[in-house]
Design a binder for this molecule. Sequence first.
Ligand SMILES: NC(=O)c1ccc[n+]([C@@H]2O[C@H](COP(=O)([O-])OP(=O)(O)OC[C@H]3O[C@@H](n4cnc5c(N)ncnc54)[C@H](OP(=O)(O)O)[C@@H]3O)[C@@H](O)[C@H]2O)c1
Length: 271
Amino acid sequence: MSIENVATGGLVLLGCGKMGSAMLQGWLEEGLAPGSVWVIDPFPSDWLKSTGVQINVDLPACPAIVLIAVKPQMMGDALPAITAMGNGATLFVSVAAGTPISAYEAALGTHSPIIRAMPNTPAAVGRGITAIIGNAHATADHMDTAEGLLRAVGQVVRLETEAQMDAVTGVSGSGPAYVFHMIECLAAAGEAQGLAPDLAMQLAKATVAGAGALAEAADETPAQLRVNVTSPNGTTQAGLAVLMDAGGGLPPLMAQTVAAATNRSKELAND
Ligand SMILES: NC(=O)c1ccc[n+]([C@@H]2O[C@H](COP(=O)([O-])OP(=O)(O)OC[C@H]3O[C@@H](n4cnc5c(N)ncnc54)[C@H](OP(=O)(O)O)[C@@H]3O)[C@@H](O)[C@H]2O)c1
């Protein structure tokens, strides 16, 4: 099933908040016709109303794809709008954190092709990364279609098992918040060394954004990039001696951070 078939069969977006809007904006910019999109959302934003998509009207009986982007706690209220489409040709893709494939199979029928996806917040600027995993009825074609749609908001990677979703949540799902905190800490540390708050924040933001862009663009590994800027007995080496301390530095702290988020993801899935 290609993106063109999605346009012909119709795409239903269930929930159009931050993540739904980011994806819809990407699809429309890529040329998906607004007329082939149906959105269900109790309080459509002014932006959504301006797009020309069909909002809160009767849905097609058998759309090519339904993308579920409501909060997990809203799932019970939201799914009845689409259950009649289950067990047929419609592909369901969910970006809801923590809701397992089995929950969708229970609600939509075990014969439905279902793909679970975990995006992250840089999707809002088209720089997200989304991990996907399908159920037994999701074909290679379905996976390609989902990947094509999700690429509108960044990179897409495929998992081997649904269990890996917890670790993905701990690394890339929650990861942007870790990096935001690193920016806060870097700026605060700059202030402590005598810089004005605005200047310290500008330096911290640009440093993290620039280093991230360089890490992605460079052929060298991040470890090599680090070595490249660390002269013996220089300033970077003095700083890294603290940050890289195996006992009290970033390595154990990051391991604990990701483990805590991964474990919380497992707990939420079992709630
Ligand atoms: N934001 C992210 O970066 C991110 C990352 C990974 C995963 N996710 C997942 O993406 C999903 C959406 O997150 P979000 O940040 O976009 O949340 P959000 O901004 O709150 O969007 C959810 C949208 O669903 C609407 N909604 C509520 N009840 C509904 C119903 N019964 N039928 C249809 N729509 C309904 C909400 O409307 P109202 O506002 O009027 O209630 C809202 O517009 C969540 O499951 C989240 O786990 C998000």
